[in-house]
Design a protein around this ligand. Structure first.
Ligand SMILES: *[C@@H]1O[C@H](CO)[C@@H](O)[C@H](O)[C@H]1NC(C)=O
Length: 594
């Protein structure tokens, strides 16, 4: 017969208690290397079970494994409300006592136990749980056998009082418990204790969904902002901002992408007012003011870095013959520029539009050309290196409500690289206006603009498009036609009908000579834009005062008060007025086509 020494247990329980030791969640756990433990029901009259844990040495043990080596777990039967444990004292411990001084046997919650080899050779097990292990008890109303019996009980002790509650039979010993039915929560043992949670649950779901939605939005926005900031930095926006801070009063705006999207109806195609090599121009409205918003074509990396810098230079340009740059947006992949809106069309439309050429006086065209030349000259002389337009053409000469010329579309053209190694790889400009030298050298210079401007002068003289799509190769290019006519001393052959005979040949020849100089194959031989502007100014005076002969303009200028810059007189409806006289010259009589 073996002797079991009494060790411990759970002996508060008695048969009338509503609690039972959970058979599903507890395990009789024995730790040791020569441990034989007995678990018994009340007074040893009921159930008796054994737990055995053995080992030879510590190396037999595995962390987390409790299946006999140093540790064992056994289940207990249902309906236990009490237990006792004792160890067998007859086990020979002589082989293991040196490393395993203590054995343990306890009924505990299985989920709360994880075997560690240190439980065998140290006090760690006791320390981990502070001498008290968790155990699961199952409660139920035990005075009747089951739900059915409880419901039939006429004495009225059925406990599931609440509407929307249901009775559940106990799974461990007799008895029952109550639960609220699906969609309800609360205390099922009270009248009206179960309350509907459907609404609450629905509300909760809505809140959760809104939270998720907002979270996503914020995340997206953060991501977008990061991208925007990246673009902003790439495009030199930081530099621009620094400069703007140091130069207060700079009338330049950095617009957000959202502002520009709002201003253009999300860049709606109906808002497009122009397309060019440099990008697309939209009409937009910002703060009740019409603006032209230009979305640049893709720019290369080198340009990107200098973009902010360029914007700063361009933004400071303030000339009445240059379209004002109001601001830019750098937080997008390709920068967007915002210009003042100039509403009266372009020089191109004036020359080539239907019924236009015959109505616009030659004088007005000459004035517009002079103003445009002043604007371009200003760009060239404004900064060093010069700001080169790069796409001078009649459709880039805009006209305001007084038909005053404004050079547009200069912003996306690049500053001339000061480093001569940096060649522009992208061909820019418009066919028919392209500097032949630039085509060969790929180096855009201020003289490239002069060449293109020469083509504009030809358009004014001839009323022809710079490039015709029909005809032989030589007949296609207006500049070639013109140059060969000049060679044959046959200028009249190319002049537009309504100027022939109307204007003095001196004037026309002067203009043709200027155009010819501009169109010189060699850029160095071409006049500067300033010289072109001065010559146009001289020719204008000649046209306004036909009695003045070429060659005596100096006297005339003195006579007129030495105004050599020109283009500053107030003009109404596009008709020129005398510069010193108050008497307007009526252009209808002298310049209108008949
Ligand atoms: C078991 O884990 C304990 C730490 O929890 C560690 O001290 C012990 O060495 C491990 N035993 C084995 C055999 O890996």
């Amino acid at each position: 017969m073996e002797y079991f020494g009494r060790y411990g247990g759970f002996n508060e329980g008695d048969p009338s208690s509503p609690y039972r030791l959970s058979d599903t969640q507890n395990r009789f756990t024995v730790i040791g290397c020569s441990a034989l433990a007995l678990i018994s029901d009340y007074d040893g009259t009921g159930y008796q079970g054994l737990g055995v844990a053995t080992c030879r040495n510590l190396s037999d043990l595995v962390n987390g494994s409790c299946s006999g080596m140093g540790c064992s777990q056994t289940t207990i039967p249902k309906r236990m409300y009490y237990y006792d444990t004792t160890f067998s004292a007859s086990v020979n411990t002589s082989q293991i006592w040196e490393f395993n001084r203590c054995s343990y046997a306890v009924l505990m919650e299985a989920a709360a136990f994880k075997f560690s080899t240190t439980y065998v050779n140290t006090n760690k097990f006791n320390d981990t749980y502070n001498g008290r292990v968790p155990m699961i008890l199952e409660w139920a109303i035990r005075d009747v056998k089951s739900c059915d019996a409880a419901k039939q009980n006429t004495t009225g002790t059925y406990a599931c009082l609440s509407a929307n509650s249901k009775c559940v039979d106990s799974t461990n010993d007799q008895g029952y418990t109550c639960n609220c039915t699906n969609g309800y929560a609360g205390n099922p043992y009270l009248l009206d204790g179960c309350k509907g949670v459907t609404m609450g649950l629905f509300g909760l779901m809505v809140i959760v969904m809104i939270t998720i939605f907002w979270g996503q939005m914020i995340l997206q926005k953060r991501k977008l902002n990061k991208v925007k900031q990246e673009y902003f930095r790439k495009h030199g926006g930081v530099l621009l901002f620094d400069k703007m801070k140091s130069e207060k009063g700079l009338a330049f705006n950095v617009f957000s992408e959202a502002e520009l999207i709002h201003a253009t109806d999300n860049f709606d195609s109906s808002r497009i007012i122009g397309k060019g090599g440099h990008g697309t121009v939209y009409k937009g409205i910002i703060k009740n003011m019409s603006v032209a918003i230009k979305r640049c074509a893709v720019v290369d990396e080198r340009q990107k870095k200098e973009f902010g810098q360029e914007m700063l230079i361009l933004s400071q340009i303030n000339h009445k013959n240059v379209v004002k740059l109001l601001g830019c947006c750098l937080e997008v992949e390709v920068p967007i520029l915002v210009y003042e809106f100039v509403l009266n069309g372009t020089l191109f439309e004036l020359i080539h539009g239907k019924n236009q050429a015959s109505q616009i006086s030659f004088n007005t065209l000459l004035r517009i050309a002079h103003e445009a030349a002043e604007g371009l000259s200003f760009l060239h002389l404004y900064a060093s290196p010069p700001i080169i337009h790069g796409d001078v053409k009649s459709s880039n000469i805009l006209l305001d409500d007084n038909y005053m010329a404004k050079v547009s579309d200069f912003g996306a053209s690049i500053l001339v690289p000061s480093d001569k190694e940096q060649f522009v790889t992208m061909v820019q400009g418009t066919c028919g206006y392209l500097d032949p030298e630039y085509m060969q050298t790929c180096q855009l210079t201020d003289k490239s603009d002069v060449y293109s401007f020469g083509v504009i002068l030809l358009e004014i003289l001839t009323g022809q498009l710079p490039l015709k799509l029909e005809g032989s190769e030589k007949q296609r290019s207006l500049s070639l036609i013109f140059l060969s006519a000049m060679k044959e001393n046959n200028l009249e052959a190319v002049l537009v009908n309504h100027v022939k005979g109307q204007e003095s040949m001196e004037l026309l020849r002067g203009l043709a000579d200027l155009a010819k100089k501009c169109l010189d194959m060699c850029g160095d031989n071409r006049p500067s834009m300033k010289e072109v502007a001065d010559e146009l100014n001289r020719l204008r005076k000649l046209s306004l005062h036909p009695w003045v002969q070429l060659g005596v303009e100096t006297e005339v200028e003195n006579l007129l008060g030495g105004d050599t810059t020109g283009g500053y007189e107030i003009e109404l409806s596009g008709y020129p007025m005398g510069e010193s006289e108050n008497q307007p010259i009526n252009p209808r009589s002298s310049y209108y086509a008949r």
